[in-house]
Design a protein around this ligand. Sequence first.
Ligand code: ADP
Length: 323
Amino acid sequence: MESPKPRLVSGVKPTGRIHVGNYFGAIRQFIAMQDDYEAFVFLPNLHALTENVLTKDELIEHTHNAVLDYLGAGLDPEKVIFFKQSDVPAHANLAWIFDCLVTVPYLMRAHAYKDAEAKGKEVTAGTFTYPVLMAADILLYDAAMVPVGADQKQHVEYARDIAQKFNFQYGELFSLPEPLIQETTGVVPGTDGRKMSKSYNNTIPLFGTDEEITKAVMSIVTDSRERNEEKNPDELVIYQIHQLFNDSEELKRQYAQGLGYGDAKKLLIQDIIAFVTPMRERRAHYEQNPKLVQQILVTGAMKANDIAMKKIFDVYEAVGLTQ
Ligand code: ADP
């Protein structure tokens, strides 16, 4: 018999309009994991409340867009248990139990809290206990793996510490998750040659229209090399972007032999549009079928609740809340 796949849990934060840098730097690898793991992927809308900056409509819109972006980019709801965090009340229930285990000085060491403090922000209790809710997200499903960027390892360490503390006090109930540090695939440059980032206004939107993609590509910086002048393509910003969409030797040779920038941009526009068209169509399909999307999230929440309810019952039992 095939051995069960290791379990993975991850929250997918909406980051605004996703761009080519997000896709090649993070989302693509994330989606590839659905084949190797039993994946629980949730929209962390309870976490989104912590900073207390979004209006009701904004929160709804961000959550909705994140669902469409991930489904459009290839997250397969048949393979992944995909749900909204708020549809599974056990996340918040378990976080409360953990809140009563951890100390204030321990939480004061969390990066997110320290950063907010350093910036002189008024920190909500939600922001302060954020790592505890995150530990609940992970431990509720006995996740073996949690995919994180190298800078977020601390979150998984908090989950491990909290699991150990609980197990020591009430008996072995939680397994310890491991961080799955996502390989850095290198920085995708933006149209101005700096790192592509929404804060630099130098992005190519993944779900942009043909016009938006064309406009972004036309603005990619080029040097003043002469047409036909030989140059190492890997040094050219335009080729660094282009090879993400077309890594053929033929294209590289054309660049090496001095492909004119006007022609290169035309080709790049075609290659990007060919690449994103199926994703865009998939996203549009879901967008036009809100009932289908709702069905996916309800099914995901039912599956997640099934597992989470059992776990929270065991926890309540262990701490003395069931009788
Ligand atoms: P932005 O810089 O546009 O605000 P985010 O910080 O929201 O992007 O990034 C979301 C994810 O996308 C992160 O995992 C980040 O590592 C990845 N990412 C963002 N920009 C790039 C880029 N230019 N190259 C590679 N990965 C990127």
